[in-house]
Design a protein around this ligand. Structure first.
Ligand code: ADP
Ligand code: MG
Length: 302
C-alpha cells in the first residue's frame, strides 16, 4: 500500500517508527508536512499538492497533527477524505478530541465516567463553579494546554478564586475540575487501536508534583488494566470516533475516570514502557481496514 504520514518532522520518534514498521511490512511510506500542502478545493476533483507534487494514489493517511496547527491540519485531512483516501484519524474525530469542552460533553452524553467538571464564561460565576465541583482542592485547566502546561492544582477556595480570576483576565478558556486525590499523582495511558487496548502504562508524577506527564518528569511503569478500565478506554475512543487514541484514565474511588482522549498519541513513552510494537499494530490495523471511500465522515457533518 501507499501510505502517507502527515507529520512535520520525519525524525520524530513516532514518525520514524511508523515509517520503519510500514516498510518492514512491505508498504511505500511517505512523510507529508501539512504546512507544505496546498489544495484545489473548487474543482469537482479535489486534489492536494505537496512541494509541487500532486498527492495521488494513496491508500491510507496517518495524521499526526500538532496542536498548534490543528485548524490547517483538519482542512488537509478533510481534503483527503473528499478524495476518498482512508484516514486513520478522521477530521471530525480529531476536531472533537482537540476541543476539551466538546470532548467532555460528548463523553458525558455517552455516560463515560469523568471527574466532575464545570465551565463558565462570566467572572461572577466563580464561586458557583467551585461549588459545582465540590469545593477545593480542585484543578483549573486551560482548554488549549498540552503536556501538563496550564494545569493548576488549587488547594484552597481562595487560591482557586485567584487562579480563575487571573485566567479570566487573560481571556483564556478553561475548565474547573474536581481533584482526584486518590489517584495519588498517577494516571493510566491506554493506547487504543480499533476496539482494543493494545498497550497501557501507568505514569507517576515525580516527588512534589501532581501532574504525571512524562514531559514533566513523570515515570512510566507497566500496569495491568481491569476489564472496566479496558471497556472505559475503548468506549471513550469510540465516542470521539477515533480508531487510534491515547486515553488517559484516573483511578478513583468510584472507578476509572477519563481525563482526556489524545488523537495523536506519542509512541515513544508507551513502546519504551511496554516493549510492545505499537507502530506495527497501527500498520496492521490499516492493512485490515483501509479501503477507498470508507471514511465515515467524508469531510462531512461534525
Ligand atoms: P494535558 O493535556 O496538559 O496533559 P491533563 O488534563 O492530561 O492535561 O492533565 C495533566 C496531568 O495532571 C494528568 O496527567 C494528571 O496526572 C493530572 N491531573 C489532571 N487532572 C486531574 C484531576 N482532575 N485530578 C487529579 N489529577 C489530575
Ligand atoms: Mg494529558
Amino acid at each position: 500500500m501507499k501510505i502517507a504520514i502527515l507529520s512535520r518532522n520525519r525524525r520524530l520518534y513516532s514518525t520514524r517508527r511508523l515509517i520503519e514498521a510500514g516498510k518492514a511490512r512491505g508498504h511505500e511510506m511517505h512523510v507529508v508536512d501539512i504546512l507544505d500542502c496546498y489544495m484545489d478545493i473548487t474543482s469537482a476533483h479535489p486534489a492536494i499538492w505537496h512541494k509541487g507534487d500532486k498527492l495521488e494514489n494513496f491508500d491510507a493517511v496517518i495524521p499526526r497533527i500538532g496542536a498548534s496547527v490543528t485548524h490547517y491540519g483538519l482542512a488537509v485531512i478533510r481534503q483527503f477524505e473528499m478524495m476518498g483516501v482512508y484516514c486513520m484519524t478522521e477530521s471530525v474525530a480529531l476536531g472533537r478530541s482537540r476541543d476539551k469542552l466538546r470532548a467532555l460533553q460528548l463523553l458525558s452524553r455517552k455516560g463515560v465516567g469523568m471527574p466532575k467538571t464545570s465551565f463558565a464564561f462570566r467572572v461572577h460565576n466563580t464561586k458557583e463553579l467551585i461549588k459545582l465541583v465540590g469545593g477545593a482542592p480542585l484543578v483549573v485547566k486551560l482548554c488549549e494546554g498540552t503536556q501538563g502546561r496550564g494545569v493548576i492544582l488549587a488547594e484552597t477556595v481562595k487560591a482557586a478564586e485567584s487562579v480563575i480570576e487571573a485566567f479570566r483576565e487573560l481571556r483564556a478558556e478553561f475548565l474547573v475540575q474536581e481533584f482526584i486525590k486518590e489517584a495519588g499523582g498517577s494516571d493510566i495511558r491506554c493506547l487504543v487501536i480499533g476496539n482494543k487496548v493494545v498497550a497501557s502504562m501507568q505514569r507517576t508524577a515525580q516527588e512534589g508534583e501532581f501532574r504525571s506527564n512524562l514531559h514533566r518528569g513523570g515515570s512510566a511503569q507497566l500496569v495491568k488494566l481491569t476489564p472496566t478500565e479496558r471497556r472505559t478506554a475503548v468506549k471513550a475512543a469510540q465516542t470521539m470516533g477515533l480508531q487510534l487514541a491515547g486515553v488517559d484514565l484516573l483511578r478513583s474511588s468510584r472507578g476509572p475516570l477519563v481525563m482526556e482522549v489524545n488523537s495523536s498519541p506519542g509512541l515513544e513513552g508507551i513502546e519504551g514502557a511496554t516493549h510492545k510494537d505499537v507502530a506495527s499494530a497501527i500498520i496492521a490495523f490499516i492493512e485490515e481496514n483501509a479501503k477507498p471511500h470508507q471514511n465515515r465522515t467524508r469531510g462531512g457533518k461534525g
